[in-house]
Design a protein around this ligand. Structure first.
Ligand SMILES: [Zn+2]
Length: 312
């Protein structure tokens, strides 16, 4: 394990076991909550050492890598293996997942020397079990598919390089937030007016009791009740608006993260190790479908695809 190789130990100096790492990755205390069973405390900023986005990404990867989740696996279960794709490539004919395998070509040359070369290939898992069950091609050369996918990914990465952050993010969310804030100001003003009437009515009550008001206590009490009902409705509306404002700021922060991540990949992809490229592709691409004649359909993850609509 990488952590043990780096000499990282537990608090009592023993080596880390995979289940402790698993527990750490799933522990919401690090996001700033006290945890008791299934119950989380409200957010406590000083407890937080991991941001929400990183935490939820880790949960997504854990779930995708779990062996229970056999069908749609967007994250490579393992970054080992010599092919670029694993868990994210599907047969374009029957929709089954494609497995990466390898085969060994070997023969004796005329001069008596031995030729041996290992080739990587992708096969339709359904056709692999029963050749009649899928009408697609059963074997695809991995080098051909990996090369084509790399070219497509590179072109997506090039597109983000020409999309400025201000264009991609702000246009979309600033307008929405600005509109919500105008509504919030209007509703706050109404709340203030209602509170003033309530104070006036309450003051009128004591006058009414001493006979110095033209209103009877009953009339005033009815007016106070009505004002309170209106005030409650206004407060509910204000809470709703505040919730929306906080949420869209949260959504904006998330978007910001995806944008930065995307940009970073664009800068690093060419120099990445094969494992690194594999992980980038797993997150950037939702799935790849391959059909007869190496016809590829590449579906991008929507978290990243959303930025490309801004490309001029
Ligand atoms: Zn198939």
């Amino acid at each position: 394990m990488l952590l043990n190789d780096k000499g990282i130990k537990t608090h009592n100096g023993s080596i880390l076991q995979s289940n402790s790492v698993n527990r750490i990755l799933k522990n919401q205390t690090y996001c700033g909550h006290y945890v008791s069973g299934d119950i989380l405390s409200p957010h406590v900023p000083r407890l937080q050492i991991i941001d929400e986005h990183t935490f939820s990404l880790a949960q997504k990867i854990l779930e995708q890598r779990s062996t229970k989740n056999d069908e749609k696996t967007q994250i490579a279960r393992t970054t080992k293996g010599k092919t670029l794709l694993s868990g994210n490539i599907y047969c374009g004919h029957c929709g089954s997942i494609m497995h990466a395998t390898s085969c060994l070509d070997k023969y004796n040359r005329k001069d008596g020397s031995r030729y041996e070369k290992r080739r990587q290939q992708y096969i339709c898992s359904k056709k692999g079990r029963d050749s009649k069950s899928c009408e697609g091609q059963s074997v695809y050369a991995a080098t051909k598919i990996d090369g084509a996918v790399s070219t497509v990914v590179r072109s997506y990465l090039d597109m983000i390089e020409v999309t400025p952050k201000s264009v991609a993010l702000e246009k979309r969310y600033q307008l929405e937030i600005a509109d919500l804030k105008i509504q919030e100001r209007e509703v706050s003003q109404k709340k203030k007016t209602l509170n003033e009437s309530l104070a006036n009515l309450t003051a009128e009550i004591s006058k009414s009791l001493t006979g110095d008001s033209t209103f009877t206590p009953d009339m005033l009490s009815m007016a106070i009740n009505n004002t309170r009902t209106d005030l409650q409705a206004i407060e509910d509306k204000l809470a709703q608006l505040n919730y929306k404002i906080n949420n869209s700021q949260g959504a904006m922060k998330k978007l910001d993260h995806f944008y930065d991540q995307y940009k970073q990949w664009a800068a690093e992809f060419d120099d990445e190790t094969p494992e690194g490229r594999k992980m980038i592709i797993c997150q950037l691409i939702r799935e790849i479908k391959v059909s007869r004649g190496y016809d590829l359909e590449v579906v991008m993850d929507m978290n990243y695809e959303q930025f490309l609509s801004f490309v001029p």
